[in-house]
Design a protein. Structure first.
Length: 354
């Protein structure tokens, strides 16, 4: 049986690169708890190894970088939420490790990237998208919230686009992701191998390894291409800068055009509880540092695992695939401020990074 994750040291002229391959192509490289644990340990090892100058991560196969966490496995533990929580404990500690790595961490986003896949890439130093990237944070559609550092990177996207992506779960292209500030650069997928060879050939300057990577990556950058998302940026900013989901819907209704109407329809299908929790999550996350965001997300996760919406959302989207979730509550008006506040209360066992 093939291992779920592969670790290789690629030999270079002046130092090696650590390579991580997410190796579940039939499952779109969905992330498991054991993969999180193994990757965390290997990153710590490579961070300390003087011969490793940089780390690159990619997905196996032609379809995906990483489609997210293995929510089927989490769903199977719905009667044991304490065991389900262990997955998020290890995943968030891994996200923290990636964010704080001192050595260059290069994510090659070649294909589908959602949820947990964003945690493995967007939190790192270099986010390289190919023309095949499709990106989404679709969690409100399964009664959850955009975690894995979404509290940090989504509010920091330009013009409230992060709020739009978080609440609607809309899928965007590489050009859109570059416009939003989610990725750093676009290159052609056919040049990925050449990029790695160039990185292996450079004389690493240990004083500034990140500058070395930046210089090489720029050589492969595709020219500017207009983003479809940019066409709606003024409307997104106007509507999604509102202070409540109800106010967002009112603002969208004022625009008599198909895009605004379609956005309202999408929001109507999302978990009302998730929408209100996400509004508060992003509001808080915009003011917190990364570590504080991860601790907050762990609290939110633990509370979501005690509610019906998450498991109902996974059932409807992934297990039965009927696309007909029965949300509890079923409408925004029934979600109280007290309910939302409860998702942010401290836990007996808080997330730690030691």
């Amino acid at each position: 049986m093939e291992p779920e994750i592969l670790f290789t040291e690629l030999a270079g002229r002046h130092g090696h690169m650590g390579e991580i391959i997410l190796n579940r192509p039939k499952m779109l490289n969905a992330l498991t708890e054991s993969m999180c644990i193994a990757m965390h340990a290997k990153l710590h090892e490579w961070e300390q190894a003087s011969h490793i100058k940089a780390i690159v991560i990619r997905g196996a196969g032609e379809r995906a970088f990483c489609a997210g966490g293995d929510i089927r496995a989490v769903y199977a533990l719905r009667e044991q939420p304490e065991l389900a929580q262990q997955f998020f404990w290890h995943e968030y500690r891994l996200n923290h490790c990636i964010y704080h790595l001192q050595k260059p961490y290069i994510a090659l986003l070649d294909g589908l990237t959602m949820g947990g896949g964003a945690g493995l890439s967007i939190n790192g130093r270099f986010r390289i998208a190919t023309e095949k990237l499709t990106f989404a944070m679709p969690e409100t559609g399964i009664g959850f919230f955009p975690d894995v550092g979404g509290s940090y990177f989504l509010p920091r996207c330009r013009d409230y686009i992060g709020w739009y992506l978080a609440l609607t779960g809309t899928v965007i292209t590489a050009v859109d992701a570059l416009f939003a500030g989610i990725v750093d650069i676009r290159i052609e997928s056919k040049h990925l191998s050449e990029l790695l060879q160039e990185l292996l050939a450079v004389p690493w300057d240990d004083a500034d390894l990140n500058a070395t990577v930046q210089q090489v990556i720029k050589l492969f950058a595709l020219p500017f291409s207009p983003s479809e998302l940019s066409e709606y940026a003024p409307i997104i900013k106007q509507c999604f800068s509102q202070s409540s989901i109800e106010a967002i819907l009112v603002a969208l209704k004022q625009y008599h055009e198909p895009w605004a109407h379609e956005t309202m329809q999408i929001l109507a299908t999302r978990s009302p509880l998730s929408l209100k929790v996400v509004m508060e999550q992003l509001r808080r996350g915009a003011q917190l540092d990364f570590d504080e965001c991860m601790r907050m997300e762990y609290r939110i996760t633990q509370h979501f695992l005690q509610t019906a919406d998450f498991f109902e959302g996974v059932r409807a989207a992934v297990i039965d695939k009927d696309r007909k979730p029965h949300w509890q509550p079923g409408d925004l008006a029934a979600v109280t401020a007290e309910q939302v506040a409860g998702f942010f209360t401290t836990l007996k066992k808080e997330l730690n990074f030691k």
